[in-house]
Design a protein around this ligand. Structure first.
Ligand code: GDP
Length: 478
């Protein structure tokens, strides 16, 4: 019973209360003391086991070699703010409507497909239509691999900037090949050669300099050389990736974005990664499930099926899945419901376990939604004043809407200390350690008190995570 567990813990020198969460290590220590073995299972493993119990597997192999067909590369656009990511995504979309599908109403569904001719062959490319990197990371954070190729946009008048470097490091870490779009070549003072020179320092050497990265000079504004850029994407995919999938299987993939529509109910954009998704299929997406009632492509046309690398809007789900949730087609409605219900129960348990905790990034959106807080308090510690300032100013520039305020209560150079944790406890703040760790007993104190301390070594990543946490709240407007 709880009281005796507390007693055992006290004997181990850990002061805890009966309702407190403890760390994995503490739990293992406690179990060892009582002759139990504790198995720590990650949410991903747990989910794998859940699917396995229904004889299902996400990311199952593609089956027979002879059934494989080439699938379009899935591309994300990354780069420094204001270098032209949004403009480029618009330009690509505008200049390139797939033949025969013109005339439909262009819809923003979170991803779109275009066609381009390479070596006299029509080739399709799928773009994740979220400028920046949210799509990229939100999904990767959940272990879903969403992107095959990254287009790194660098403004030729501005050159390589901090977020350019972070974006490319990000893509490299994920092992995603990069095509460089040197943008704004129409602007006076544009120096595409300089961009090439700068990027060699980061291991991106242009083909014309003997490297293996394709650089294309473009103007997103004037629509210049967009075709060459698309060709470069296809050529890079052909050269470094074996993008094939089996369309004869049941579909699997990821959700990209979703919302609740007044008239149509839950509307989710999913990217089919393998197999073919059909109207009438029963699918489970995160903790949502349902039978596909209708599918719309990125031009707003009804479609009956969607093959590998195709983004479609799906109607018919019971509720709204999260971005980055895996989807999987199953044979029976009952199976889908059971999987969804188990996942929902798990979410509730996790939320319950965290209830006694303080504000953390993971449940930030829930806390904000519940109106418990209206502002996100931060304490930033870093290894140098420059990086602390850079991080702070980027965070304060985050566009988080009117509902939330970001406040930096304290900033400083050096390790995260007990006094930082103390401040965080008193003001429900999240502590960010940039290239520094917790000193002395600060880590234990944070653990004990449930203060969320986040460590980063890349500014980009810190911004992304916090933005994603806030966005979680800003997404559904209903
Ligand atoms: P993002 O922050 O990377 O998404 O950048 P945007 O796409 O919003 O572009 C930032 C600004 O640069 C906007 O005012 C664009 O109109 C402008 N811009 C983007 N591409 C070009 C280009 O090729 N030439 C010129 N002159 N301006 C551009």
């Amino acid at each position: 019973n709880p009281a005796s567990l507390v007693a055992v813990m006290m004997n181990l020198g850990e002061m805890v209360t009966a309702t407190q969460s403890v760390s994995d290590e503490t739990l293992q220590l406690l179990a060892g003391e009582m002759n139990y073995t504790v198995q720590i299972v990650s949410p991903e493993e747990e989910d794998r086991e859940l699917l396995e119990s229904f004889d299902l597997e996400f990311g199952e192999d593609e089956g027979d070699e002879e059934d494989l067909v080439v699938r379009p590369p899935v591309v994300t656009v990354m780069g420094h703010v204001d270098h032209g990511k949004t403009r480029l995504l618009d330009a690509i979309r505008k200049t390139n409507v797939i033949a025969g599908e013109a005339g439909g109403i262009t819809q923003h569904i979170g991803a779109y497909q275009v066609a381009t001719e390479v070596n006299e062959e029509e080739r399709k490319i799928t773009f994740i239509d979220t400028p920046g990197h949210e799509a990229f990371t939100a999904m990767r954070a959940r272990g879903a691999r969403s992107t095959d190729i990254a287009i790194l946009v660098v403004a030729a008048n501005d050159g390589v900037m901090p977020q350019t470097v972070e974006a490319l490091n990000h893509a490299k870490a994920a092992d995603v090949p990069i095509v460089v779009a040197v943008n704004k070549i129409d602007v006076e003072g544009a120096d595409p050669t300089k961009v090439r020179g700068q990027l060699t320092e980061y291991g991106l050497v242009a083909e014309e300099y003997g490297g293996d990265t394709m650089f294309v000079d473009i103007s997103a504004k004037q629509g210049l050389h967009i075709d060459s850029l698309l060709e470069a994407v296809v050529l890079t995919a052909d050269a470094s990736l074996d993008l094939r999938a089996n369309p004869t299987q049941d579909a699997q993939g990821i959700s990209i974005e979703s919302r609740l529509d007044r008239g149509r109910g839950a509307v989710a954009t999913v990217l089919v990664q393998r197999g073919t998704l059909r109207v009438g299929d029963t699918m489970v997406v995160g903790d949502a499930y349902g039978r596909v009632r209708a599918m719309l492509d990125d031009n707003g046309n009804n479609v009956a099926e969607a093959g590998p690398s195709t983004p479609v809007q799906v109607l018919g789900l019971t509720n709204v899945p999260g971005a980055g949730d895996n989807f999987i087609v199953v044979d029976e409605d009952r199976t889908a419901r059971q999987i969804a219900e188990k996942r929902a129960a798990r979410e509730r348990n996790a939320a319950f376990a965290k209830r006694t905790r303080r504000v953390s990034l993971e449940d930030l959106d829930k806390v904000l939604k519940a109106g418990e807080i209206q502002q996100l308090n931060l304490i930033i510690k870093g290894d140098a004043s420059g990086s602390v300032e850079a991080l702070e100013s980027s965070l304060l520039q985050l566009d988080v809407g009117e509902e939330v305020d970001i406040r930096v209560l304290h900033r400083g150079v050096g390790a995260v200390t007990e006094s930082d944790i103390d401040l965080a406890m008193g003001s429900d703040a999240i502590v960010i350690g940039f290239n520094v760790r917790a000193a002395g007993r600060a880590a234990q104190m944070a653990e004990r008190e449930g203060v969320d301390v986040r460590y980063y070594s890349v500014i980009y990543q810190a911004i992304e995570e916090i933005e994603a946490a806030l966005k979680g709240m800003l997404k559904p407007e209903y």
